[in-house]
Design a protein around this ligand. Structure first.
Ligand SMILES: [Zn+2]
Length: 185
C-alpha cells in the first residue's frame, strides 16, 4: 500500500510523527503483555489534566526515568527515588501522580498474584473480546470503563476515574475506537 493511500482516524491528521506511530502501532491494538499494560496504565495517570500529545512527547524520558515501568521495580520506589523523579525535567513532575504510580504498581502485583496475570484480569471484563466501535461517535467513558474503574477503586488503585480508564482501555485495545473508515480499525 502506498503511503498516501492510507486512511487514518480524523483526529490524528496534522499530529506529529510520534503520535501517528502511536495511532498506527499501539492505539486499539490488543495488548496482553503485563509489562506493557503497566506502562500504559501509568502513562494514563500522567495524562490526567494534560494532553496525550504532551505525554507521548516525553515518552522516552518517562521510560528512562521509571526503569521501563518494570512493575517490580516501581513498586518498591522510596522517598529518594520520588525526589529524584521530582527533579527530572524530562518528565511530568507531579508528586501525587508519581506516588499514585508507585501505589498502583503494588496493586498491580496483587492482581498478578490473584489472577496469574494482569492481562487475564483486565481482559476478563470484556470476556476476552475486543469491543469494536460500531457507530460514528466519540465516547469518553462507557459502562465498561465505569465497571472496571469501580473494581480498580475497590482494589486500592489511585488516580483512576472512568475517563482515564476509558483512555487506558482504548490504548491497550480492549476498546477499538478507530474511525469506521480507518485502515487501522
Ligand atoms: Zn485510526
Amino acid at each position: 500500500m502506498r503511503k498516501e493511500e492510507i486512511t487514518r482516524c480524523e483526529w490524528i491528521k496534522g499530529k506529529p510523527d510520534y503520535y501517528v506511530e502511536y495511532h498506527d502501532n499501539v492505539w486499539g491494538k490488543p495488548e496482553y503483555n503485563d509489562q506493557e499494560l503497566f506502562k500504559w496504565l501509568s502513562l494514563e495517570i500522567f495524562h490526567i489534566g494534560l494532553s496525550w500529545q504532551l505525554v507521548l512527547s516525553k515518552y522516552e524520558n518517562f521510560i528512562d526515568a521509571f526503569d521501563g515501568f518494570e512493575v517490580q521495580k516501581v513498586a518498591v520506589y522510596g522517598d529518594n527515588k520520588i525526589e529524584e523523579l521530582m527533579e527530572d525535567e524530562g518528565i511530568i513532575r507531579y508528586r501525587r501522580k508519581i506516588e499514585a504510580t508507585i501505589n498502583n504498581a503494588k496493586r498491580f502485583l496483587d492482581i498478578q498474584d490473584e489472577f496469574g496475570s494482569f492481562s487475564d484480569y483486565i481482559w476478563g471484563f470484556s470476556n476476552h473480546e475486543q469491543v469494536v466501535k460500531m457507530f460514528d461517535e466519540h465516547l469518553t467513558k462507557s459502562d465498561l470503563s465505569d465497571q472496571v474503574t469501580e473494581d480498580f477503586k475497590k482494589r486500592g488503585f489511585k488516580f483512576i476515574g472512568s475517563v482515564t480508564m476509558y483512555s487506558f482501555l482504548q490504548a491497550i485495545g480492549i476498546i477499538n475506537d478507530h474511525d469506521l473508515d480507518c485502515d487501522f480499525r
